[in-house]
Write a protein that binds this ligand. Structure first.
Ligand code: TYD
Length: 236
C-alpha cells in the first residue's frame, strides 16, 4: 500500500481583532495532543525575509507605501512563506496552520485598497504557484468589536489596523463573499462566540477533514503523518 502521506493546509482568516491567533493556538494544541505534527506560522512573516517585510509594511514611519507596493510586499512575503515553509512542511506530511494567507490580500488590498480582487488573487496565485489551503477558517468580526478588542490594553494599531471602520467593513464583506463562493472549503464562525465554543466547532470541522477518505477528499487532502507516541513522549 502507498504509505505516502500528504500534509493538510489550514488557514485562519478574518478582520483584525477576530481572535485568529488564539484559535490557531487552541487547534494546534488539540491536534498535537493527539500526536499530529503541527506547524503554526503567520503572514506577513514566517521566514526571515518575510519578518523583515512584515515590519516594512506594517510599521508606521517607512514613508508612503502606495497600494500596489503594499500588495507586492505581502505577495513577496507569501512567496517565500509558501516555498520555504509551507510546501516543505506539507511534503513532510504535517498539518500547517497559518494565521492569514491569500484571502487576506484579496480582502485588504483587493477590496480594502480597491486594487481589484481578481488582480490581487492572480498575483498571489503566481507568487505561490497555486498553493491553496484545504480549509479556511473565517472568524467573522464586526469591525467595531474588532477595534475594541485589539485596542484594549494594547500598543498602537499598525498601518492597516488604523484604517477607518469603513475600510474594515469592506474587508469583512470581501471575506464573507469569498467564503460564500466556495462554501465547501470554508468554515465561517461569528468571532463573538465564546473562545471554547469556537475552538470546539473548529476542531470538529478539522476532525471531519482529517477523517475524509483520500479518494473523496479534495486534491491532496489525505491523512497527515501521526507522530509515533514513543518518539515524543512528553508532547504538548
Ligand atoms: P496580523 O498579523 O493578523 O495582525 P496582528 O499583528 O494584530 O496579529 O496582520 C497584520 C496586518 O496585515 C493586518 O491588519 C492585516 C494585514 N494584511 C494585509 O493587509 N494583507 C495581507 O496579505 C496580510 C497577510 C495581512
Amino acid at each position: 500500500m502507498n504509505k505516502q502521506r500528504a500534509g493538510v493546509f489550514i488557514a485562519f482568516e478574518g478582520g483584525d481583532g477576530a481572535g485568529k491567533s488564539t484559535q490557531a493556538a487552541r487547534l494546534a494544541a488539540a491536534l498535537e495532543s493527539r500526536g499530529y505534527t503541527v506547524l503554526r506560522t503567520r503572514e506577513p512573516g514566517g521566514t526571515p525575509v518575510g519578518e523583515k517585510l512584515r515590519s516594512l509594511v506594517l510599521d508606521h514611519g517607512n514613508g508612503d507605501i502606495d497600494a500596489h507596493t503594499e500588495a507586492l510586499i505581502f505577495a513577496a512575503s507569501r512567496a517565500a512563506h509558501a516555498s520555504q515553509v509551507i510546501r516543505p512542511a506539507l511534503g513532510r506530511g504535517e498539518i500547517v496552520l497559518t494565521d492569514r494567507y491569500i484571502d487576506s490580500s484579496v480582502a485588504y488590498q483587493g477590496a480594502g485598497r480597491d486594487l481589484g480582487q481578481d488582480a490581487v488573487r492572480s498575483l498571489n496565485e503566481w507568487a505561490t504557484s497555486g498553493l491553496e489551503p484545504h480549509l479556511t477558517v473565517l472568524l467573522d468580526v464586526d469591525p467595531q468589536l474588532g477595534r475594541l478588542r485589539r485596542t484594549v490594553g494594547q500598543a498602537a494599531e499598525d498601518r492597516l489596523e488604523s484604517e477607518a471602520d469603513e475600510f474594515h467593513a469592506r474587508i469583512r464583506d470581501a471575506f464573507l463573499n469569498l467564503a460564500a463562493s466556495r462554501p465547501a472549503s470554508y468554515l465561517v464562525l461569528p468571532a463573538h462566540l465564546p473562545v471554547n465554543e469556537l475552538a470546539g466547532q473548529i476542531l470538529a470541522r478539522v476532525d471531519a477533514l482529517l477523517d475524509t477518505p483520500p479518494a473523496a477528499a479534495q486534491d491532496a487532502v489525505q491523512l497527515p503523518a501521526v507522530r509515533g507516541a514513543a518518539q515524543h513522549g512528553g508532547g504538548s
